[in-house]
Design a protein around this ligand. Sequence first.
Ligand code: SAM
Length: 214
Amino acid sequence: MAAEPQPEILAAFQAAKGFMPPGEGLALYAAATEAAALGLPLLEVGTYCGRSTILLADAARAAGVSALTVDHHRGSEEQQPGWEYHDPSLVDPELGLTDTLPTFRRTLRRAGLEQHVVALVGRSPQVAAVWGGRLGFVFIDGGHTDEHATADYEGWAPKLAEGGLLAVHDVFPDPADGGQAPYRIYRRALESGAFTEISATDSLRVLRRTGAGI
Ligand SMILES: C[S@@+](CC[C@H](N)C(=O)[O-])C[C@H]1O[C@@H](n2cnc3c(N)ncnc32)[C@H](O)[C@@H]1O
């Protein structure tokens, strides 16, 4: 049976600001728990306010590994003023710029998971360039343009250990449902021959690394 979070973790996840729906969250948790058994860190691109991070952190805690989460905390294109997902409560009043880091830190603290997470504040390709270690899990939920999604895939997928899991959020095969960049990296992973799909839950896809290359 797939691993499920304890009620208090699920409640913290549901109370957190963010974009991950509960059904996809449960699938993410199950995948992170399975991947954590490899004994390697779990990595997320796209922390935002820590909603999905709670699930990775709890899976990491149970396995005695760390969850790493990467974000520059300035928000994606669609979270900027005037765009669909802008949240004025996340703007730093002094700078007039989005800053999701304080909310993220409160979220993790309240969930009691702070000590299981390493927050990497920076641009994903820059962080990937200096992260030399292997990973058991890579969850891509950062920028949704082709430029960002491709850089996330190329930066982090090669660091996945054999048997590790790659999860991609917002995969929409039909352009009527949403942007295509996450779908394109998902297709690329499958077509590379280095990954095998193991689950699909709404827009969340989970693939296992079964070969070399990306
Ligand atoms: C869709 S949100 C993540 C949602 C989050 N996983 C959740 O469960 O609520 C995308 C996040 O990716 C971050 N982001 C976008 N492009 C990035 C990049 N190139 N490097 C680092 N972070 C990036 C944004 O700042 C934003 O917080």
